[in-house]
Design a protein around this ligand. Sequence first.
Ligand SMILES: CC(C)(COP(=O)(O)OP(=O)(O)OC[C@H]1O[C@@H](n2cnc3c(N)ncnc32)[C@H](O)[C@@H]1OP(=O)(O)O)[C@@H](O)C(=O)NCCC(=O)NCCS
Length: 154
Amino acid sequence: MSEIEPATKLDAQEISELYNTVWTPYRENFPADLMDNRIPDAGQVATNMENNDYFVIREENKIIGIVRCQFPHGTCHLDRMVVHPDYQKKGIGKALTQFIIDLAKERGANKVWLDTTPALEKAVKLYLSMGFKEVGFFKEHYWGQDIKFYELIL
Ligand SMILES: CC(C)(COP(=O)(O)OP(=O)(O)OC[C@H]1O[C@@H](n2cnc3c(N)ncnc32)[C@H](O)[C@@H]1OP(=O)(O)O)[C@@H](O)C(=O)NCCC(=O)NCCS
């Protein structure tokens, strides 16, 4: 497995494809608008790269994990993390999260925060195991989904 490294626009197509692979099985559980938002096409990924840092991890030259972050208001916002289903439960999600925590410290952020839906149980379990605390709840927020906010104070 490769090091975690910054993605470039050359990776946009592969990133879009991995989002599609990971999220398509969830389509029956979530609203179509939410799923469309989580599965951007390559052009949208490339555009998003102008305001977001994307990081990827590869296995045999293929992207198998993605995480994204932004640094609003001196904080670090982590989002859009996925790991290819064939490579889940091997510690890659934890490694991607830890990478963002370390980057946030390096850049002087005071916290890492994120939001997710309680329905994504694997993700919630991962964040809690890494010390994130639940700090907020928005009822029927994104396309009608209940959303919980988590933070890790650095
Ligand atoms: C959430 C997600 C990113 C986690 O990725 P992951 O690579 O499977 O995460 P990790 O392997 O680091 O940790 C998950 C589990 O694997 C376990 N694990 C880690 N290393 C392991 C190893 N070497 N062998 C066996 N299990 C291992 C962890 O202990 C953890 O299990 P636990 O919570 O029961 O303790 C992944 O499930 C995913 O892509 N889900 C769909 C998209 C999603 O929900 N994204 C997040 C949106 S907020």
